[in-house]
Design a binder for this molecule. Structure first.
Ligand code: B1M
Length: 210
């Protein structure tokens, strides 16, 4: 098995220490950091994402795979040229105002990063204005907002309106998700995309960025 396949497989098993050692070994053997990132770490995380989508793995497996990915990235990051590490675009992510649930949001972050996007994580209880301010300061092209409560998902409409009022609506795409959110709700508030799970959110964000 090639070292890149080994990295991918061990990442999926969450073997953080071995993944770290193998990333170093791959570099020492002359592979370039971008190849190790794309064909080793991200490859493995992509498989975990697909399995998570199909309920073949669950939250704990995703978290341990993410930890393994991060240990590998620690080795590669200093070797990657500026802008090379994260090249697929910037996403502003947060759980909407009034809502403190962040487990799903954190999984979305893992999957987005696993597919090569840069994530500005605003955390929980994020007001619409903060999403907009962050889009302006960070130059992000996608707002990704999560809500777990029927009482807070309505805040997503305020984010769409705030983007319109700020004159940014044609520059930023808005993705919504979270347990009570549906595709028809997404359409009814004028958001761009609904994603039912974290792995789909990463695929959808890539499409929006494209
Ligand atoms: Co809360 N809670 N909670 N809670 N809580 C729910 C959501 C609830 C369904 C429980 C219930 O009654 N059965 C219910 C909501 C009812 C409703 O509105 N429909 C509820 C309630 C009522 C409350 C409180 C109001 C309780 C109270 O205080 N009376 C309170 C509200 C606090 C607040 O937010 N202001 C509250 C508090 C909490 C805790 C703080 C205790 C804790 C949160 C801890 C934390 O997140 N750090 C908590 C938890 C853990 C839950 C449950 C048990 C689990 C949620 C979770 O993390 N699921 C939940 C019941 C349940 O779901 N079984 C419940 C796992 C996670 C991986 O799934 O977040 O759905 P989820 O994310 C999924 C998808 O939705 C999607 O991807 C993920 C998987 O791939 N996704 C996105 C999520 N965001 C996305 C964004 C995207 C795309 C996809 O694009 C941008």
């Amino acid at each position: 098995m090639s070292i890149l396949n080994e990295i991918s497989e061990l990442l999926q098993k969450g073997k953080a220490n071995v993944v770290k050692e193998l990333c170093q070994k791959a570099i020492d053997e002359g592979l370039d950091a971008k190849t190790v990132l794309n064909d080793g770490l991200m490859h493995g995380m992509g498989i975990i994402g697909e399995k998570f989508k199909k309920n073949e793995v669950y939250v704990p497996e995703v978290l341990i795979a993410a930890r393994a990915m991060n240990t590998g990235i620690e080795i590669l990051k200093p070797l990657l040229a500026e802008g090379e590490y994260i090249s697929k675009g910037k996403v502003v992510l947060g759980t909407v105002k009034g809502d403190l649930h962040d487990i799903g949001k954190n999984l979305v972050k893992i999957m987005l990063e696993g597919k090569g996007m840069e994530v500005v994580d605003l955390g929980i209880d994020v007001p619409a204005e903060k999403f907009i301010e962050s889009v302006k300061t960070e130059g992000a092209k996608v707002i990704a907002c999560s809500a777990l409560l029927t009482t807070t998902m309505t805040e997503m409409e305020n984010i769409v309106k705030a983007a319109e009022e700020a004159g940014l609506r044609d520059q930023v795409k808005i993705m919504v998700g979270g347990a009570p959110v549906t595709d028809s709700y997404c359409k009814s508030i004028g958001a761009d995309t609904y994603a039912p799970d974290a792995a789909s959110a990463a695929d959808a964000a890539l499409e929006l960025l494209a």
